[in-house]
Design a protein around this ligand. Structure first.
Ligand SMILES: NC(=O)c1ccc[n+]([C@@H]2O[C@H](COP(=O)([O-])OP(=O)(O)OC[C@H]3O[C@@H](n4cnc5c(N)ncnc54)[C@H](O)[C@@H]3O)[C@@H](O)[C@H]2O)c1
Length: 456
């Protein structure tokens, strides 16, 4: 399909039609000038986006569907930036002033906002997990290439020297063949601010508060009545909006094994056990164990990866885990090799180590060479800006990699949701033995929020 026809089909607001990425027009800006960033979703972790970009960004616009929840961060970080409730109006009115867009909204709205921004020629940085279903993550990866924009997923551990060091350890061959990976994550913690169980299903209709634009918050999700249990934060437990503990932690804790071992396209994903208070198709489990099987590739033989959340833990936890006070006890990752095992705590930059204290002490005296370039100040936003300015080719967690990492996480969420063993055919993006999975692999967008497929 030619581009003009494609944009017409996309039905995007008139003034925001596709333009070249603004910062790619060399004559327009000097290499030292700041990137003009618009931030969408600024009430919660959006604060990290402002502080992470620091003085290297001009915040030219902010957008949030909750005038009240976002007020504190807007006042603190962008008091003078024009404010919008609808990101489409923001792109329409201010498109020519915007180089790049950050997206820190709940998981279900990442896709459409990022896609529309890329379609307007904007570079994008999107919170983890990249999107809400497998079709979406693949489309975002295709779109980044198609629109030729610089992309970054905000799994901050990926920009650290630590994950690069782990990959250099792995590449040195110290582990031998890795046949098992274990990823543990303690939550959901029902007493935390992030998760709340409803008293009953269906959740009752409440009046939408005047400070919230519920219709825009729903974005492309199905029409639903408002209840205060959804937003802010506690949308995480509801599959319609969140992606559960896998969405919350996998892109951090499993980043190193997915990158080192090039884990993708499992042949199956299976819910080994779970405990649920409600219908698992609607609400996340209290605890679960999930298993993926990956066929052999250049980095490993056939490999099984296990995910544990809630109170579940692997059977044979190593001595280091029990004895080492630096290792957080409920969030832990192990890549188990036939020679040695690499482990970290919650993110790849938390207590990276090779298990076995004496061996690790010796290993550290003669570490493998630093072969992988480091990121300026270990900062994912600086890496993104450097890519936009052309100082580096790509970000580490660009949408190509981010879609690979998120797809594995989302297949785990799918298993938590429909249970049992799901055979997976990556080529056709479908499950041969579980056709009912299709509705979750590509969710139907609400009328008016559709996006045409990116041409192959
Ligand atoms: N990288 C990390 O360490 C990290 C940490 C926490 C959260 N996250 C991710 O960040 C995202 C946001 O999580 P949170 O905890 O900040 O959630 P939150 O509910 O606290 O905040 C989301 C914000 O986005 C706004 N919003 C929602 N829909 C919007 C829309 N369509 N347009 C504009 N604004 C909209 C909300 O009003 C709110 O201000 C999630 O994807 C989450 O997984 C990442």
């Amino acid at each position: 399909m030619d581009r003009r026809k494609f944009f017409k089909k996309a039905g995007f607001a008139t003034g925001a039609a596709f333009v070249l990425p603004r910062f790619s027009i060399a004559s327009e800006k000097s290499p030292n000038s700041k990137i003009n960033v618009a931030c969408v979703g600024v009430g919660g972790i959006g604060a990290m986006t402002f502080s992470g970009m620091g003085k290297e960004a001009n915040i030219v616009a902010v957008c949030d569907t909750d005038v009240s929840y976002s007020a504190k961060n807007r006042r603190k970080y962008a008091p003078d930036a024009p404010f919008f409730e609808d990101y489409r109006a923001m792109l329409d009115k201010m498109g020519k002033d915007i180089d790049a867009v950050t997206v820190s909204t709940p998981d279900h709205s990442h896709f459409k906002i990022a896609m529309d921004a890329m379609q307007c020629g904007k570079h994008v940085a999107v919170q983890k997990p990249l999107a809400h279903n497998v079709w979406q993550v693949r489309e975002l990866a295709k779109a980044a290439k198609y629109y030729n924009v610089k992309t970054q997923m905000m799994n901050q551990g990926h920009a650290t020297g630590s994950i690069r060091m782990i990959k250099e350890w792995f590449d040195s061959g110290v582990c031998g063949n890795i046949s098992e990976v274990h990823v543990m994550c303690g939550g959901p913690n029902w007493k935390s601010i992030y998760f709340k169980k409803p008293e009953k299903f269906p959740v009752e209709k409440e009046e939408v508060p005047p400070y919230l634009n519920w219709d825009l918050w729903l974005n492309q999700a199905a029409q639903a009545d408002y209840n205060s249990i959804y937003t802010p934060l506690t949308w995480r437990g509801f599959w319609d909006y969140g992606t559960g503990m896998l969405g919350d932690w996998f892109c951090h804790t499993a980043d190193a094994p997915v990158w080192c071992l090039d884990l993708k396209d499992p042949v199956s994903v299976e819910l080994i056990e779970s405990d649920c208070s409600f219908d698992p198709k609607v609400f996340i489990p209290n605890s679960s164990i999930v298993k993926w099987v990956f066929p052999a590739n250049e980095k490993h033989g056939e490999l099984a990866m296990y995910w544990y959340d809630g109170v579940k833990v692997p059977k044979n936890l190593p001595k280091d885990w029990e004895e080492d006070k630096k290792l957080k006890k409920d969030i832990f990752m192990m890549m188990v090799g036939d020679k040695h095992t690499i482990a970290t705590a919650e993110r790849p930059n938390f207590s990276p180590r090779i298990l076995g204290k004496e061996f690790f002490a010796e290993f550290k005296k003669n570490m493998p060479a630093k072969t992988i370039p480091r990121v300026r100040k270990d900062n994912l936003y600086f890496e993104w800006f450097d890519a936009i300015k052309g100082d580096i080719k790509e970000c580490g967690s660009n949408f190509n990699y981010a879609s690979q990492l998120t797809e594995v996480a989302l297949l785990g969420s799918l298993a938590q949701r429909i249970g049992g063993k799901i055979e997976w055919d990556a080529k056709t993006m479908s499950s041969p033995n579980r056709p009912e999975a299709a509705q979750y692999i590509k969710e139907t967008p609400r009328k008016g929020w559709e996006t045409p497929d990116i041409p192959a």
